[in-house]
Design a binder for this molecule. Structure first.
Ligand code: NAP
Length: 276
């Protein structure tokens, strides 16, 4: 299995990240993160909006693992669209996580979640300039975006000449967002695949179960391997010890014919609106 990806600025990033959306702050986020770190994850994906940075930070500390060995991502809330607001939220994330720097900081979405699709191009440039400031001052090792369209990406690049290193998008079997993915991969912007299991809704899919049986594996592992086979970085989330451990142990070479078939599929899970 691919162990890491390299961003265009040379920073390496472990090839499977531990997703933490909908893991409540407190015992749940603390235990899940500690289990993940003990299982071997060295990449944790959180966000200010998940409200769990404090427990994740405590688990990182208590794991005894050197901070430098763990790749930590957080995100400026989608609702924050000012330069100063971005810096304020960044410092608050550092405080909650109890770390001195982040490995990756993302703009959570191009629009507030309550106004999906709103044109915030001007405001996103301000937020992006704040991220560039943090990057230049070595408070983050890499910067990027999430849920950005090609147009949203070009807007930032044209205004600042600084290309995001990552675009984290909703990506799973049947939902590949080809236009964005192709643009990112042609421009050396790493695509991170969020909701690689379609927030759990692919797990009972009959066709995927049959294919997983062929590889003597599970649907979850097949979904994670699928992202990797398409050069995207999966961020599976689980609160369940056995699943957390299993999701990191993915060693499946999907045959070209099967990969082509999976890539040819349209939606096979329920359609959902954007989720944070
Ligand atoms: P996901 O990883 O696609 O799926 C998680 C669901 O699948 C949970 O219900 C989990 O159940 C279940 N599951 C996990 N492993 C399993 C296994 N081996 N077998 C059976 N079921 C399994 O969900 P997601 O949380 O939507 O996405 C993952 C991460 O992407 C998030 O946590 C977050 O870090 C990131 N994300 C980012 C954005 C964004 O806007 N940037 C949006 C959504 C997600 P249990 O937890 O009960 O085990």
């Amino acid at each position: 299995m691919k162990k890491e990806f390299k961003l265009y600025n040379g920073v390496t990033i472990p090839s499977i990240g531990f997703g933490t959306w909908q893991i409540e702050n407190g015992e749940s986020a603390y235990n899940s993160t500690l289990i993940a770190l003990k299982a071997g994850y060295r990449h944790i994906d959180t966000a200010f909006a998940y409200g769990n940075e404090e427990s994740i930070g405590k688990a990182i500390k208590d794991s005894g693992i050197d901070r430098k060995e763990i790749f930590i991502t957080s995100k400026v809330p989608a609702e924050i669209k000012t330069y100063q607001g971005t810096l304020d939220h960044f410092y608050e994330s550092l405080r909650r996580l109890d770390v001195k720097y982040l490995d990756l900081y993302l703009i959570h979405a191009p629009w507030p979640w309550s106004e999906v699709g709103k044109d915030c191009k001007k405001e996103n440039i301000e937020v992006w300039k704040a991220l560039i400031y943090l990057y230049e001052n070595k408070l983050v090792r890499s910067i990027g975006v999430s849920n950005f369209s090609v147009e949203d990406l070009k807007n930032l690049i044209e205004a600042t000449l600084v290309k995001p290193m990552v675009n984290q998008i909703r990506y799973f079997i049947g939902n590949r967002q080809d236009a964005i993915t192709n643009y990112c991969q042609e421009n050396d912007i790493l695509v991170e695949a969020y909701s690689p299991l379609a927030t759990g809704s692919l797990i009972d899919n009959e066709m995927l179960t049959n294919m997983a049986n062929k590889y003597n594996t599970t649907v979850a592992k097949l979904c994670i391997a699928y992202c990797l086979a398409n050069n995207t970085l999966p961020l599976p989330k689980s609160k369940t010890k056995e699943r957390i451990i299993a999701n990191l142990d993915v060693n499946i070479d999907i045959e070209k014919e099967d990969l082509d078939y999976l890539n040819s599929l349209g939606h096979i899970g329920p359609t959902r609106p954007y989720r944070s």
